[in-house]
Design a protein around this ligand. Structure first.
Ligand SMILES: *Cc1c(COP(=O)(O)O)cnc(C)c1O
Length: 230
C-alpha cells in the first residue's frame, strides 16, 4: 500500500513539473520544502522516504525536537517568525532562515553567528500585501534592511520570501509578481554578500501561481500531509 503522504508527494511533484513547464522553466530548478509544523516525526520520516529533501518548521523548539528525532539527513528551513531570543537555537538547526524581517533580528543573528564562528544564509521576508496580521518588512523598507544585512559580514542574503493573502488568483498573483520584481531590484544594487538565488513563495493553495511568477522554493504543508490537526 502506498501511503497518502507518499502519493501526495508524487502528485505535488507532478503539479510542480506541470506548472514549471507551463512557465517555460525546468522542474529541477524548483525546491520543494515540506512544511511539517504539528506533524509527527513518523510523518516526517514518511515524507523523507518519499524523496523529500527539505523540511520547513515554524517554531524553533518544535524543530529542535524533530531534528533530534529524525536526524540531519535533509535540509532544515526555519520559515516562521523568529524572536531574537530564539536565534541561537535556530542557528542550531536551520540550514536556511526564511524570515529575516527587521534590523534587530539581523543584529541578533550576526551576534550569534560571530559567537559560533560561522556565516548564516537568510532570506528576507517581505510583507508585499501589507496585511497588518503578516510579518515581513514593507517593500518600502526593503532597501534599508538589505543594506544593513549586507554590511553584516556573517549574513548571506540569498533571496526573498513572502506569504500571499488567502484570496483569489487575481489578488495573489500580483503579490508574487511584485516579490519577483523586488528581487530583481535588489540584485541590481549589487551589494556584497547579497545574491537573489531563492524566491520562496507559494504554499498548498497557491504554489502553481507562485511558480508561474518565478518561485524556486515552494513551502507545502497540507497538500502533502492533509489538514493540520488541532
Ligand atoms: C504553514 C506554512 C506553510 C504551509 O502552508 P500550507 O497551506 O499547509 O501548505 C508555508 N509557509 C509558512 C510560512 C507556513 O507557516
Amino acid at each position: 500500500m502506498v501511503s497518502n503522504i507518499t502519493s501526495n508527494v508524487l502528485l505535488i511533484r507532478e503539479r510542480i513539473a506541470r506548472a514549471a513547464e507551463a512557465a517555460g522553466r525546468s522542474p529541477e530548478e524548483i525546491c520543494l520544502v515540506a512544511v511539517t509544523k504539528n506533524r509527527t516525526p513518523e510523518e516526517i520520516r514518511e515524507a523523507l522516504a518519499a524523496g523529500i529533501t527539505d523540511i520547513g518548521e515554524n517554531r524553533v523548539q518544535e524543530a529542535l525536537a524533530k531534528v533530534e528525532a529524525v536526524g540531519r539527513g535533509c535540509r532544515w528551513h526555519m520559515i516562521g517568525t523568529l524572536q531574537t531570543n530564539k536565534v541561537r537555537a535556530a542557528l542550531g538547526f536551520a540550514d536556511l532562515i526564511h524570515s529575516l524581517d527587521r534590523p534587530e533580528l539581523a543584529l541578533a543573528i550576526d551576534r550569534e553567528a560571530r559567537r559560533a564562528g560561522r556565516t548564516v544564509p537568510v532570506l528576507i521576508q517581505v510583507n508585499v500585501s501589507g496585511e497588518a496580521t503578516k510579518h515581513g518588512v514593507a517593500p518600502e523598507g526593503l532597501r534599508a534592511l538589505v543594506e544593513q544585512a549586507s554590511a553584516l559580514e556573517t549574513l548571506e542574503v540569498q533571496g526573498l520570501m513572502t506569504i500571499a493573502p488567502l484570496a483569489g488568483p487575481d489578488v495573489v498573483r500580483p503579490v508574487f509578481a511584485r516579490l519577483r520584481r523586488l528581487a530583481e531590484e535588489v540584485a541590481s544594487w549589487q551589494l556584497p554578500r547579497v545574491e537573489m538565488r531563492w524566491l520562496s513563495m507559494g504554499m498548498s493553495g497557491d504554489f502553481e501561481l507562485a511558480i508561474a511568477e518565478g518561485a524556486n522554493l515552494v513551502r507545502i504543508g497540507t497538500a502533502i500531509f492533509g489538514p493540520r490537526p488541532g
